[in-house]
Design a protein around this ligand. Structure first.
Ligand code: PEP
Ligand code: MN
Length: 338
């Protein structure tokens, strides 16, 4: 931690800050330059980070040296984490894992048909929301537990693993009974009680980036989950809000290499929500693979025109199969398998 003082900071102010640092059991190191004085503090940065040092007279700014996240950082664990979902599926290793399925579980027949087709094309994980975070209270809210049961039945029939969103601390246990991965949606990325609750569960968690969240905030949310003892966190870029309105969101693929640099956790990309347009899913999925993502999550629907949610950003199964074929040579070129 470096405390930069104002040019006119008085010796009394410097002493006052040093006293505070010592009071915390740390060592202040004062360097007096021609124009500025800075105080370096070495030691447990956490102790001082929580202090409002910028409120002290004479302080211009405080510069943290260490990152605020620990457990999720590469410094803590240099090698990439590989998350074992079960059934031989691992996320974060050599394989590029494709999750696909409808936005919402609508009925058994529809999702079973989609599941068979995406499995045939090479997807490993079936997605489908049973609890849907809809912008309008009048839109389809999901089938709730009935949707989870359908998802589980379809998983048993097809052998696909499943991911589904949990929106509330009260349903973490319920959703955990039925699915292989708990999804925390963009709107809940900073629902800290929910993060703690999924952190207390043993299930892998797919944590989606909030639509106005920085990389640091995403990693701090992952830290919440890990700090409860659940290190099985998969991060997901799903587009952020920008001035651009042509697409539903702006895919920020920058975060893929950024997360790879800062964290050992795997990161996947969701080009359906990231773009809001089915025609852009294929190019963005390829870009995600090429830039180092560990997988993609794609919305697929057999009848997008009649989908209860997000039909406009869902691929028809045959287009999804073409995408899977087109991903293979890219995977080979970047040393991954699908
Ligand atoms: C979803 O994946 O079903 C979803 C609602 O996505 P997001 O939270 O990214 O909007
Ligand atoms: Mn959706």
């Amino acid at each position: 931690m470096i405390i930069v003082l104002k040019p006119n900071a008085t010796p009394q102010q410097v002493n006052h800050i040093c006293d505070k640092v010592k009071e915390l059991g740390l060592n202040p190191n004062v360097s007096r330059g021609k124009e500025r004085t800075i105080i370096g503090v070495i030691g447990e940065e956490d102790k001082i980070r929580v202090q409002p040092l910028e409120a002290f007279p004479g302080v211009e700014k405080v510069v943290a040296i260490l990152k605020p996240f620990k457990l999720v950082s590469r410094d803590f664990k240099p090698e990439a984490s590989v998350i074992d979902i079960g059934g031989g599926v691992k996320i974060g290793g050599k394989s590029f894992v494709v999750m696909a399925g409808p936005c919402a579980v609508e009925d058994k027949e529809i999702i079973l048909r989609i599941a068979k087709e995406v499995k045939e094309a090479g997807a490993k994980i079936l997605r489908g929301g049973a609890f849907k975070p809809r912008t309008s209270p009048y839109s389809f809210q999901g089938l709730g537990e009935e949707g989870l049961k359908i998802l589980q039945d379809v998983s048993r029939e097809t052998g696909l693993l499943t991911v589904s969103e949990v929106m509330d601390t009260r349903t973490v246990e319920l959703v955990s009974e039925y699915v292989d991965i708990l999804q925390v949606g963009a709107r809940n990325m900073q629902n800290f009680d929910l993060l703690k609750a999924v952190g207390d569960s043993k299930k892998p968690v797919l944590l989606k980036r909030g639509m106005a969240a920085t990389v640091k905030e995403l990693l701090m949310s992952a830290e919440y989950i890990c700090s409860r003892g659940n290190m099985k966190v998969i991060l997901c870029e799903r587009g952020i809000r920008t001035f651009e309105t042509h697409t539903r969101n702006t895919m920020d693929l920058n975060v893929v290499p950024a997360i790879k640099e800062l964290s050992h956790l795997p990161v996947i990309v969701d080009p359906s929500h990231g773009t809001g347009r089915w025609a852009y899913i294929s190019p963005l999925s390829k870009a995600a693979l090429a830039c180092g993502a560990d997988g993609v999550m794609v919305e697929v629907h057999s009848d997008p025109e009649n989908a209860k949610s997000d039909g406009e950003q869902s691929l028809l199964p045959d287009k999804f199969a073409v995408l899977m074929q087109e991903l293979r040579p890219i995977a080979e070129a970047v040393g991954r398998t699908i």
